[in-house]
Design a protein around this ligand. Structure first.
Ligand code: GLN
Length: 281
């Protein structure tokens, strides 16, 4: 394929009208070929409409301490809503899924931007304007808000937490981290790489509060931290989406097509039911 035809192919394949539109490609090849199965018109193999770090594999990167979205279970397996969703996407694309070892949340966007290590980041990651300067995001797949967590016995109010002697934990570089800086500017913010460490700290009294995504707060309080409570649900109106390199628009299209199918064929509702006990999230 010439570079011009390759460009056409990328656009066409992304639009999912491959067969019909390929006929309009004036590349001298066999217009009847389908991109996935026939490479006889050319000595080189068919170009995929996107690039992958590893052939046949959708390589994921995430911070793996964000239950129930992505976490390591007792048997050492990477599991969660996002993991199942990524597997479902990979299946639609005819790929298998692999996960890189755990990475700090604030390294994820740079990893995708730099390329070469992971194809996608699915990590309960909120679409933000700042991140959009560095990566592309898929269509959103889940809505989220923030939660302000304190000890169950605390009589703090949100206002009383806005004081220098108050230590408020968050995960570094998250939207919760930003929320503290904007809304409780007098408090002493404690950015951590690990969500569980933050909750442990509130539990033991090292920190007076933590700000974290609401679905994760609800899950972790129910599972492991019955001595903590949600003081306030903060309606930030966030949307989770999958980050993809700006150099890989074909992959973004393919993921959006897969997500649309997953919504339509009921897989998304099944996964929500499995991980949240409701489809209303
Ligand atoms: N949704 C939040 C964000 O995107 C937190 C994500 C996370 O900690 N995995 O910043």
């Amino acid at each position: 394929m010439t570079s011009m035809n390759r460009r056409n192919f990328v656009k066409i394949a992304g639009a999912a009208g491959a067969a019909a539109l390929l006929a309009g490609c004036d590349n001298g090849g066999d217009a009847e070929q389908t991109p996935a199965t026939d490479d006889t018109a050319d000595d080189t193999p068919d170009e995929a409409p996107y690039t992958l770090v590893k052939e046949g594999v959708l390589t994921n990167v995430a911070e793996l301490g964000f239950s129930p979205f992505e976490y390591i279970d007792e048997d050492g397996n990477t599991v969660g809503f996002d993991v199942d969703l990524s597997n479902a996407i990979a299946e639609k694309l005819g790929l298998t899924c692999e996960w890189l070892p755990n990475q700090a949340f604030d390294t994820l966007v740079p990893t995708i931007e730099q390329g070469g290590k992971a194809d996608i980041c699915i990590a309960g990651m909120t679409i933000t304007d700042d991140r959009l300067e560095h990566v592309d995001f898929s269509d959103p797949y889940l809505n989220s808000n923030q939660a302000l967590i304190v000890s169950a016995s605390s009589d703090a109010t949100t206002e009383s937490l806005n004081a220098e002697e108050i230590q408020i934990a968050c995960q570094t570089g998250t939207t919760g981290d930003e929320w503290i800086q904007e809304n409780l500017p007098n408090a002493t913010r404690v950015p951590l790489s690990d969500v569980t460490a933050g909750m442990m700290g509130v539990s033991t009294g090292s920190y007076q509060a933590m700000v974290i995504d609401l679905p994760v707060a609800q899950n972790m309080l129910a599972q492991s931290f019955s001595d903590l409570k949600i003081l306030e649900e903060i309606p930030t109106g966030e949307q989770y989406a999958i980050a993809v390199s700006k150099d890989n628009p074909g992959l973004l299209d393919a993921i959006n097509d897969a997500l649309a199918q997953i919504e339509e064929d009921g897989t998304m509702d099944e996964l929500k039911q499995k991980w949240f006990g409701t489809t209303d999230i």
